[in-house]
Design a protein around this ligand. Sequence first.
Ligand SMILES: C[S@@+](CC[C@H](N)C(=O)[O-])C[C@H]1O[C@@H](n2cnc3c(N)ncnc32)[C@H](O)[C@@H]1O
Length: 228
Amino acid sequence: MKKRSDNTPPRPVTSNQTGIHPNLVTTVTKHLRHRFQKPYADHNIDAFKKACTWIAERPNPIILDSFCGTGESSRQLARQFPNAVVIGVDKSAARLQRHQVAHDEIIDNYLLVRADVDDFWRLAAEASWQLQQHYLLYPNPWPKSAQLQYRVHGSAVFPALLQLGGTVTLRSNWKLYVDEFTAALNLAGHSAHTAAYLPTITITAFERKYHLAEQALWECRYSIRSST
Ligand SMILES: C[S@@+](CC[C@H](N)C(=O)[O-])C[C@H]1O[C@@H](n2cnc3c(N)ncnc32)[C@H](O)[C@@H]1O
């Protein structure tokens, strides 16, 4: 398929789903009951160790910026929360390599690591990390009905996200994704809800792209106080 140029307005998400996935309840319930046993990849273990070494020298509250892409949001969050440490995680080396730094502004309370969240979240949960905040900004929507297991809330790694705790902020331009995420949190006993999100400043490339295209944005922001 031909790659779309960066200047092409993004299309709204289209899906063969018209509402919450019919298998959401059974899928989430199954994952909440059964441990995700996929073995860890060595490179994800190495990335997690690197993050552990880095935070060991900085005993501050941890903000995780999962699916950070180029890390623009990680840098912005680090600027916004100078008393926290921000770890941006993305599995794409190509995206991370496009991280941009303004050299006239020193921001040293963030680290970008290349890792798959499927492993990173579980490793962090096993190490008893408790996050102050967890951002999930515009994860890939996987809009086909058959792709539920690739969405955060339909994945076997969802319980690790709950264990990591903190104030979770998920944003998407696909309302159904946020509605499903909210419904999954509800199934886990958390009374989250979906809200419209209108950015005053945009902090990721995708957020900016959707906002400029006047697409509605949606957010679930919820504080997970107790680990599950
Ligand atoms: C749609 S982009 C959004 C990037 C950024 N948050 C933004 O808003 O510009 C989704 C990102 O998630 C990353 N990603 C997808 N699955 C992942 C996984 N399992 N672990 C880590 N990163 C993942 C992709 O590499 C991509 O950079």
